[in-house]
Design a protein around this ligand. Structure first.
Ligand code: SAM
Length: 232
């Protein structure tokens, strides 16, 4: 279970109403059952459920089982797309170890807002399921140009199916993290928008092969390659 509080052996910490519901109603756990509680700052602790009611619970922390750890700095910038696809991307990107998920509004985005609370909850659940200690930071949605203007200069690979884009295996093989992976919306980037991105010295157009992939496929496939060749 992910927990933001300071974790230490011997501490008793309250859980959230969502954790109480999940443990009691979904998993049918009760007081005295064993769980694990973690965050990236303090690591993972063996714990027992000290009490559990419908919307309240607390955990008694035992010994630390894993030391604190952060994920390598692989960031996903993803155009706002339909809800189900966005949910899926956040779950898979979390499993693939991204540090940051930055939704961006592009000229052809067909959704006008992204539910960040929902995405943060999906990221937390996926982090718990895949046993990573940190939960990716879900950033507030920005227009693409603002995300590019505020970028810190790390290599940013933009997924582009157009001619001239370099094959990802060539780019990723010589890359070190931190780096970003930027994926367009269902209708792709507008030419002028992509050209504007490519004028920045840190941006490179990268292809995942000759087929037109769905945005969610491109997001996850690119992250898997980058994590395998440049991550850990
Ligand atoms: N504009 C495209 C079209 O209608 O022909 C479709 C865009 S595609 C469905 C959505 C996004 O996925 C693109 O903006 C791009 O970022 C990424 N993408 C899809 N296929 C790709 C490929 N073969 N290589 C790299 N990126 C790809």
């Amino acid at each position: 279970l992910f927990h933001d509080a300071a974790l230490a052996e011997g501490a008793e910490i309250p859980g959230t109403p969502a954790q109480a519901h999940h443990l009691g109603t979904v998993l049918r756990r009760g007081a005295g059952d064993e769980v694990a509680v973690f965050n990236a700052r303090d690591g993972e602790f063996a714990a027992t459920i000290a009490h559990l009611r419908k919307d309240r619970c607390a955990f008694a922390l035992g010994a630390r089982r894993r030391a604190p750890a952060t994920e390598p700095d692989l960031r996903l910038l993803v155009a706002a797309i339909k809800r189900d696809a966005m949910d899926w991307i956040v779950e898979k990107a979390t499993e693939l170890g991204v540090s940051v998920i930055q939704p961006v509004m592009t000229r052809r985005s067909i959704v006008d807002r992204v539910n960040l609370d929902r995405l943060a909850a999906i990221a937390r659940g996926a982090a718990e399921q895949c046993e990573r200690l940190s939960v990716p930071e879900i950033r507030a949605t920005l227009p693409l140009h603002a995300a590019l203007d505020g970028w810190d200069g790390a290599p940013l690979l933009v997924a582009a199916e157009r001619r001239g884009a370099l094959p990802i295996r060539h780019v990723a093989a010589g890359l070190r993290l931190p780096c970003g992976w930027l994926v367009g919306p269902e209708g792709g980037f507008e030419t002028a928008e992509l050209d504007d991105a490519l004028r920045r010295p840190f941006v490179t157009a990268v292809a995942l092969g000759p087929r037109i992939l769905r945005a969610e496929t491109a997001a996850v496939a690119g992250l898997a390659v980058l994590q395998a060749l440049a991550g850990d």
